[in-house]
Design a protein around this ligand. Structure first.
Ligand code: GLN
Length: 303
């Protein structure tokens, strides 16, 4: 069965399922999206594309971006980065405050909010114009100069980001945030507001399927870094649903409360699914269902 046949067949299986889940409404602007859009795009390491639905529709990537900030920060800091953030699954919601206090302001991993905020603080050491420079990195990966942030969404999150500010203040008290809180948080809200289509997201993540290289052959990270970032996606990409995602889908991946999920089959492909209704863990309901059926039907697995 070809990937296109598998995508089409799985869509037939899930398209009439009851509309479960809710769009994220703690960021008011995010709640305004069209809830019924569904899109999927698959890009292979050979450069072949397969898709269904609105694969060019841009959506708010939210936490998906945290894989790319980690990638850039690791390039700058190498293993020193792990002095300031851990690499263990948190078993807690992505915005949890409680664990951070027990663990003295060292976040469990770079994909929960606290960990991503520390990664932003680290990037401020290295980037002159952080938001612009990071956007340049994403444009290079996607080969799409139109990729951009959404100011309405970052401002909406900033106006309501009390929990994230709480995390940042607590880490500042523990000396794990070096820069001014406002500078770190403005950068954090900007990166979360990045918008990509399913096609763009596949291109942005293809290096993790392609042993650290873009499809042009250009090397971005080492084979070993690519392996390690996939490992962190596998264990931490879905917060307190990382185990379930591993069990049902069996691929490294990353979700965002915008409703996107990117999953990587190392050596093979990247697949991105978008459907904005989320379960109570902040992961796209239909996105997870689609990927579960897709990896089952194709019988190609890393396990
Ligand atoms: N910007 C969102 C937040 O900080 C990202 C969360 C997510 O996508 N899980 O809450």
């Amino acid at each position: 069965m070809s990937y296109q046949e598998a995508i089409d067949e799985v869509y037939e299986m899930i398209k009439n399922l009851p509309k479960e889940g809710q769009v994220a409404n703690y960021i008011p602007e995010l709640a305004k999206v069209n809830q019924d859009i569904f899109a999927v795009h698959l890009l292979t390491v050979e450069g072949d594309n397969y898709h269904l639905g609105e694969n060019e529709h841009i959506f708010s990537v939210q936490s998906i971006v945290k894989v790319l900030t980690l990638t850039l920060a690791l390039e700058f800091e190498k293993d020193k980065l792990w002095d300031r953030v851990n690499m263990e699954p948190s078993g807690n919601p992505f915005n949890s405050v409680v664990q951070l206090e027990y663990e003295n302001g060292i976040p469990r991993n770079p994909f929960i909010n606290a960990g991503a905020i520390v990664v932003c603080d680290i990037l401020l050491d290295h980037l002159k114009d952080p938001a612009e420079n990071f956007l340049g990195f994403v444009r290079r990966l996607t080969n799409n100069p139109k990729v951009s942030y959404n100011k309405r969404i970052s401002e909406s999150e900033k106006a309501n980001g009390f929990r994230n500010y709480a995390l940042a203040h607590f880490m500042k008290a523990q000396h794990n945030i070096k820069h001014k809180i406002d500078d770190v948080m403005d950068f954090y809200f900007a990166i979360c507001s990045l918008e990509l289509s399913c096609r763009d997201a596949c291109h942005a993540f293809i290096l993790f399927a392609n042993r650290g290289k873009l499809l042009t052959g250009e090397r971005v990270i080492t084979v070993s870094q690519s392996k390690r970032i996939n490992a962190i996606m596998q264990t931490c990409g879905f917060y307190d649903q990382a185990g379930l995602f591993s069990y049902k889908i069996g691929l490294p991946g990353k979700s965002g409360v915008g409703g996107g999920i990117v999953a990587v089959h190392p050596g093979n492909y990247v697949i991105t699914v978008y459907s904005p209704r989320l379960n109570n863990k902040g992961n796209s309901v239909l996105g997870m269902k689609f990927l579960e059926e897709f990896t089952t039907i194709t019988e190609v697995s890393i396990f």
